[in-house]
Structures are given as structure tokens and as C-alpha cells.
Design a binder for this molecule. Structure first.
Ligand code: KIV
Ligand code: NA
Length: 263
């Protein structure tokens, strides 16, 4: 694998070649995931749940995310390193810029932020300063209390249409990638066609440009119930390295996700 950059992901989209993404939180797993060919590693605030044992991502701090970003940056090879901005990073433009700066200094090559069109200004200020941004839409876990639970988003036609329009605004503002979580497969398909940038999905069906999963779900070791959209690849792989390769290959050959992992 060559070094993965935003251009690599854009080229993959335009060539119609799916790419794989996985969360990573430390140097050893980051190395294995990179060596398996996984294109993008995300230091996700899911670490609040899978590493810290919290019920949500809300308690995760910028210092937690910077620490894990530094760990992953030391271990990973050619994968692109994306890192999450924590809950309330968007409290002000100044805070957003400071937090994104801290993640980039820790080794991130792209930051991910949850929200919709109202984020446009923040995204354009970040990209202007050289920080590539992935906008995370749909089921944004930092808003779990607002949603009243982890529920599929964009089920009705009007909501789906609004989400496409808002995603377009974010791309116009400079977003390099859109990530969609828990939306109907049909909306994933519409988004892939509507947007000129790569669309990564988790529970967004098989038609998006890239897939992402939480590492603990791929290894079948999450604390809670394994979500419908996830799959334990350790069962077929037999070792951690083989599980990462099996996941990567399944995405590349469009054998994952299937109907049973979609909404
Ligand atoms: O924090 C995380 O792991 C994420 C992915 C589930 C997309 O945001
Ligand atoms: Na996250």
C-alpha cells in the first residue's frame, strides 16, 4: 500500500473502489491494521466506551484524544490518520481551532466533527488553515441525549432530502470527506452519487465509498451488544491480524456489508 492521503480516497471514489477504515487507539493495533491494508485509521471518541467503560462518548476529553492519537501515530504505517474532535469542541470557533490544532500536532492528518450545515463556518475556517475535515452526519453519538437513544436517522424522505442538502453545504464549505452513521442504505446510495467527496459509512449500507467499524466490534470484544451493522471477523480470521485482513478484503470485494448489516 502507498501512503494514503485525501487524494487517495478521492481517487478511490472516482474509480469506484471501496476502501476500509477502522478505529485504532494504540500503537500495536494501529500497526496491525495498517499492515492489513486498512486505508484509514480513526482515533474515535468511541474510546470513551470501548477503552474507558463509559456509556457514551460525552466524557472523552481533547487530552484523551491527543494521547491516543500520539500512540496511533507512532504505530501506524501508511494508513491515513483521522482523529475525532470531542463533545463541545464546537462551543466556539476559537475552541474548535485550538482543539483541531492539538489533534494535528499529535499526528492526525484529518479531523472529524459531528454535525450538519451549521458547522459550515467552522469547517471552512479549519480547511483554510490546512486542516482537512471529515463531517460526521446521521446518528451522531455526541447527540445521543438529544436523539433519545441510538436510532437510525434519515428514515423519512423529507429528512433524507434535508441531509443531502446539508451535506452539500458542508462539502462546499470545504469538507474533504462525509461520514454517515446509521442511515438507510438508500440514503447512503443517494449521498454517494450526490457528493463529489468520499462518503464513509457505518450502518449506511453497501453503496457508500468506504466502510468503517469500531475495532472492538471487528474482534467481537465490545462490552455491549454487537450492533446490527457490525461483524466479528475474528471468528473467521482466527487471529487479530487475519481478522483485520478479512475485514479489509471483505470491504474491497464488496462482501461486507450486506443486507443483514444494513437498514
Ligand atoms: O468514535 C468512533 O469510533 C466513530 C466511528 C464509529 C465512526 O466516530
Ligand atoms: Na466518534
Amino acid at each position: 500500500m502507498k501512503t494514503v492521503t485525501t487524494s487517495t480516497l478521492h481517487a478511490a471514489k472516482h474509480a469506484g473502489e471501496p476502501f476500509s477504515c477502522l478505529t485504532a487507539y494504540d500503537a500495536s493495533f494501529a500497526r496491525s491494521a495498517s499492515q492489513a491494508g486498512i486505508e484509514v485509521l480513526l482515533v474515535g471518541d468511541s474510546l470513551g466506551m470501548v477503552l474507558q467503560g463509559h456509556a457514551t462518548t460525552l466524557p472523552v476529553t481533547i487530552d484523551d484524544l491527543c494521547y491516543h492519537t500520539r500512540c496511533v501515530a507512532r504505530g501506524k504505517e501508511k494508513s491515513l490518520l483521522m482523529a475525532d474532535l470531542p463533545f463541545m469542541s464546537n462551543a466556539s470557533l476559537d475552541r474548535l481551532l485550538q482543539d483541531a490544532g492539538a489533534l494535528m500536532r499529535a499526528g492526525a492528518e484529518m479531523v472529524k466533527i459531528e454535525g450538519e450545515a451549521w458547522l459550515a463556518e467552522g469547517i471552512s475556517e479549519l480547511t483554510r488553515r490546512g486542516v482537512p475535515v471529515c463531517a460526521h452526519m446521521g446518528l451522531t453519538p455526541q447527540s445521543v441525549h438529544q436523539f433519545g437513544g441510538y436510532k437510525v436517522q434519515g428514515r423519512d424522505a423529507a429528512q433524507a432530502q434535508r441531509m443531502v442538502a446539508e451535506a452539500r453545504e458542508l462539502v462546499d464549505a470545504g469538507a474533504s470527506v462525509i461520514l454517515l452513521e446509521c442511515v438507510p442504505a438508500s440514503l447512503g446510495n443517494t449521498m454517494r452519487d450526490a457528493l463529489d467527496v468520499p462518503v464513509i459509512g457505518i450502518g449506511a449500507g453497501p453503496h457508500v465509498d468506504g466502510q468503517i467499524l469500531v475495532m472492538h466490534d471487528v474482534l467481537g470484544t465490545s462490552l455491549g451488544r454487537i450492533p446490527r451493522f457490525a461483524k466479528n471477523f475474528l471468528a473467521e480470521g482466527g487471529s487479530i491480524e487475519a481478522a483485520f485482513r478479512a475485514y479489509h478484503e471483505a470491504v474491497k470485494t464488496r462482501r461486507f456489508p450486506t443486507e443483514e448489516h444494513s437498514f
